[in-house]
Design a protein around this ligand. Structure first.
Ligand code: ITT
Length: 196
């Protein structure tokens, strides 16, 4: 089956491709398919946003694709009441990783290590022509570091400490991250739901 990924985030697309390469014959991104579409993410949950991105994109490309996969994901920090959550990509005024991380670390300046617990959450939604959509969620627990470590990955990875590996997510290889990440866990559930 040929799958369109409804994302403009090249890092996410790369991770999804690596994780799903066995399950689909071809996985193309919006950019690969020459589709210029920005779906407004105005939902209050990852699930709402992921379903909206997948279904609105499928409606737009249904002459060319039978299925569209969308990922809505983010970092939820306990000491910040779950923020940045669904606003993870646009947490700081300048919507970029450096500004978002700077804001996160400034807000957590006085929070002790024991209270810096957090999780990455990911909802993946698959919209299918003539079939109901599927949405499933994956999470991974960690804590927020005081200083960045590592250069791999994207987004909040340099500040996300993953105790089982004693490394930040940005210190993991893509194979290591893709074995345990929120995205991997959500996509695994999707595979089980599709039985592929
Ligand atoms: P699309 O909507 O086009 O898919 P986006 O980057 O805007 O791309 P989201 O709205 O889902 O995607 O926001 C996800 C943000 O959450 C992302 O920009 C990162 O800041 C953060 N994030 C999600 N997954 C992450 C990961 O695996 N590692 C680090 N940060 C992550």
């Amino acid at each position: 089956m040929k799958l369109l990924l409804a994302t403009n985030n090249a890092h996410k697309a790369q991770e999804i491709r690596e994780i799903l390469s066995d399950s689909f014959t071809e996985i193309v991104t919006l950019r690969d398919a020459g589709v210029e579409l920005e779906v407004e993410e105005n939902g209050t949950t990852f699930r709402e946003n992921a379903l909206k991105k997948a279904e609105e994109t499928l409606a737009y490309v249904s002459d060319r694709f039978d299925a569209v996969l969308a990922d809505d994901s983010g970092l939820c920090v306990d000491a910040l009441g779950g923020a940045p959550g669904v606003y993870s990509a646009r947490f700081a005024e300048a919507h970029n990783d450096a500004a978002n991380n700077q804001k996160l670390i400034a807000l957590l300046k006085d929070v002790p290590d024991s209270e810096r617990t957090a999780r990455f959450c990911c909802c993946v939604a698959l919209a299918r022509k003539g079939l109901p959509s599927i949405a499933v969620q994956g999470e991974v627990d960690g804590t927020i570091l005081h200083e960045a470590r590592g250069h791999n990955g994207f987004g909040y990875d340099p500040y996300f400490w993953y105790a089982p590996f004693q490394k930040s997510f940005a210190e993991l290889s893509s194979e290591e991250k893709n074995a345990v990440s929120h995205r991997k866990r959500a996509l695994q559930k999707l595979r089980e739901a599709l039985d592929v």
